[in-house]
Design a protein around this ligand. Structure first.
Ligand code: IMP
Ligand code: MG
Length: 178
């Protein structure tokens, strides 16, 4: 798996340090009381597990399965909700977690849906944000790292379902995508 990586973009120690900072910001910004956290599967799984253990407050943790990519390295332009049941968010403050902000379609669509379902407020946190124009008007409230517009894997992010368990964020060799 490591052999398929061209270069490491963000190593584990740097990610961990940044998560300490993000958790402090989240803890400072939210009013007291229980916060509902929505983890977008599967990409945000690793990020969420490491971030949320640093947030010392009552959390209700929910997961959502959405698909915007269908296996390749280009966004399909459509966001599908794959779960039969939507988490209960009515009258709650919600923190939405995703791995990466790319075109913005996913965060935009899920945010809209959470508001329709009665969330009081929706804040968003992403590990990575690509430096590029968004297809939808959306920015994240908390961003771990801004990166260039290139395809990355690791720390939850996949290429065709693989590489999510790499402990760092890296760029794939071209040979691994062919
Ligand atoms: P968006 O809807 O275009 O913002 O894309 C969001 C989703 O696309 C993310 O949750 C990822 O699953 C996927 N994605 C976007 N860029 C990358 C990447 O560089 N590597 C792996 N997955 C990505
Ligand atoms: Mg993905």
């Amino acid at each position: 798996m490591r052999n398929d990586i061209e270069r490491v973009l963000i190593d584990e120690a740097v990610i961990e340090k940044r998560l300490d900072g993000m958790a402090k910001d989240i803890e400072r910004d939210f009013p007291g009381g229980t916060l509902v956290v929505i983890i977008l599967l599967k990409g945000a799984l690793v990020f969420a597990a490491d971030l949320l253990r640093r947030v010392p407050r009552p959390l209700i943790i929910e997961c959502l399965n959405v698909a915007s990519y269908h296996g390749g390295t280009e966004s399909s332009g459509k966001v599908d909700f794959l779960d039969r049941h939507f988490p209960e968010v009515k009258d709650h403050h919600v923190l939405l977690l995703d791995d990466i902000l790319d075109t913005g379609r996913t965060l935009h669509a899920v945010r809209q849906r959470l508001i329709e379902e009665g969330a009081v407020a929706v804040h968003t946190a992403v590990l990575l944000a690509k430096d590029k124009p968004r297809a939808e008007e959306v920015e994240a409230d908390y961003v771990g790292f801004e990166i260039a517009d290139e395809f990355v894997v690791g720390y939850g992010l996949d290429y065709q379902g693989k590489y999510r368990n790499l402990p760092f964020v890296g760029v794939l060799k071209l040979s691994a995508t062919s």
